[in-house]
Design a protein around this ligand. Structure first.
Ligand code: EPS
Length: 387
């Protein structure tokens, strides 16, 4: 038993689709929680005009009946409201109108390599799918995975650590309760001082026609030890998480635990010593490993960070070359966001949720959610897990 998902859809096409296959039957879904995640992805200071047009919600087309999963593939649809403004340019069928092509690829985007690889004449045939609009479908799929994980006692949270040159104060030992109001922050940051500076920096650089990158952290609480495996490279949990995170548009780096800091420390200060007590069972006093050892969860909170580059659509475009005339010109200038680091945290939550849900399905199987819960209970009993 495994879990897989795929997405389809172009940014200004009729809509996005996600198909999630492998969730057990009998799982109760919270409709509001699904739409809440869709709305959370649309938030954040620094978003552009498109978010005033869209109001994303999850439309379930299969796999759910009267609020419970059937164990069959779940198809969800996220409509693109903006399509009504793009019907001629993005129509699946030929139109009578003359549709202007895009010939100036943006540095940092998929435009040029995609054009070369797929033999298109119009950059739009590449950029529409490369667009981070696709992350709305990932968040829809991730929200389903979160519902599954929630039934197992697992919760997933995220917060922003850095936007451009502004850093939040480091806060070790975060718990689920620390995230109760993170979405109320305009940049989803837990440090109020840094939050103000981040907002000011977005405003300052936006006026200069700049875009901003940054970093965010995703945490998962309530995991059992043993998700993933040390046995084969492709089963390692940290490897899977890295692939899942770097697959998000504009994410260029990922770390698990204190990775970059640990690299500079002696071994005696790099690991998490092992303790056992009758009342608590197994535990650690530190979590430098970020909850993963040897490619497996160790039962401590999972801590994953990701670095996002500044968005590559600039309102003051970089230099490029017309793909047809080979004449120099300014890259395509489109409506864009200044920064999407706060929203990227929600996408990170979705990708972590989908990765963890898959690991749970592989380890515990089960056709009905009660089978899954029973298998987890038996495992906890066998290893003496008391959390
Ligand atoms: C994006 C460009 C902008 C963003 C879009 C991602 O879209 P548009 O060109 O329509 O203004 O708003 O993000 C979304 C639509 C979304 O839902 O997140 C890009 O080029 O990646």
């Amino acid at each position: 038993m495994s879990l897989r998902f795929t997405t389809a859809g172009e940014s200004h096409g009729p809509g996005l689709v996600a198909i999630v296959e492998g969730l057990p039957a009998g799982l109760e879904l919270d409709r509001e929680a699904l739409d809440r995640d869709m709305a959370r992805r649309q938030l954040g200071h620094g978003r552009g005009g498109r978010m005033k047009i869209e109001s994303d919600s999850v439309e379930i087309r299969s796999g759910v009946r009267h609020g419970r999963t059937l164990g069959t593939p779940i198809a969800v649809l996220v409509a693109n409201r903006d399509y009504s403004n793009w019907e001629e340019r993005m129509n699946p069928w030929p139109v009578d109108a003359e549709v202007e092509q895009v010939h100036l690829p943006r540095p940092g985007h998929a435009d040029l390599a995609g054009l070369q690889k797929y033999g298109h004449a119009d950059v739009r045939n590449v950029l529409e799918r490369a667009s981070a609009r696709e992350t709305a479908a990932r968040v829809a799929a991730g929200a389903l995975a979160k519902e599954f994980l929630s039934a197992l006692g697992v919760s997933i949270h995220s917060h922003v650590l850095q936007i451009a040159g502004v850093h939040a104060a480091e806060r070790p030992e975060l718990g689920p309760e620390d995230f109760a109001s993170v979405d109320e922050s305009p940049v989803r940051c837990l440090d109020p001082d840094a939050e103000q500076k981040m907002v000011a920096e977005i405003n300052r650089l936006r006026k200069q026609n700049e875009t901003l990158g940054g970093t965010f952290e995703v945490l998962a609480f309530g995991l059992v030890p043993g998700l993933g495996s040390h046995i084969s490279w492709e089963e390692r949990l940290d490897g899977r998480l890295a692939q899942a995170m770097v697959s998000i548009q504009a994410i260029k780096g990922v770390s698990v635990g204190e990775a970059w800091d640990v690299a500079g420390r002696p071994g005696s200060e790099a690991h998490d010593e092992i303790f056992w007590e009758e009342r608590r069972g197994w535990y650690r006093e530190t979590n430098r490993a970020g909850g993963v050892e040897g490619g497996m969860s160790n039962g401590e909170p999972l801590v994953v960070r990701a670095a996002m580059k500044p968005l590559s659509t600039l309102t003051q475009p970089l230099r490029s070359v017309d793909v047809h005339t080979k004449q120099p010109g300014d890259a395509l200038k489109e409506r864009t966001d200044s920064t999407t680091v706060p929203a990227a945290g929600i996408v990170g939550e979705a990708m972590v949720a989908l990765t963890l849900a898959r690991c749970y399905r592989e380890k515990f199987g089960g056709d009905h959610i009660d089978d899954v819960l029973g298998a987890i209970d038996a495992y906890r009993e066998r290893i003496g897990w008391r959390r």
